[in-house]
Design a protein. Sequence first.
Length: 128
Amino acid sequence: MGFFEILLIAVVTLVVVGPERMPEAVWTVALTIGRLKRSFEGARSELEKQIGADDIRQQLHNEAVMENLDKIKHGLSDIDKQIAAGEKEMPWTEDDYYDEDLEYEREREEAHKNDPPPENDNKNSPTV
């Protein structure tokens, strides 16, 4: 129910019942609604006990968990196959290694191979 529907019901109730009896009417309606809710909740819980709804919910939950586990296992087996296929295609062995620092030094030396030697800008210092 939206705000305008509640407002309409309140205005109609105020006109029909009157301002003097309005609080008593609201209290009676609220009490009746509360009793109906409790009675429906009791009937629902009794019905669920009789048909074993908790067991059904638990079984459905277990089935959903098992489906998720099967999906995960299938995904992992696919990954294992891809890893195994990738290991067969690797051109290097575990004994081979890549030294990043050594490679960096080689690239730096190659880039600066043709650079002139640094000049001494300090004219006051003796040269050897």
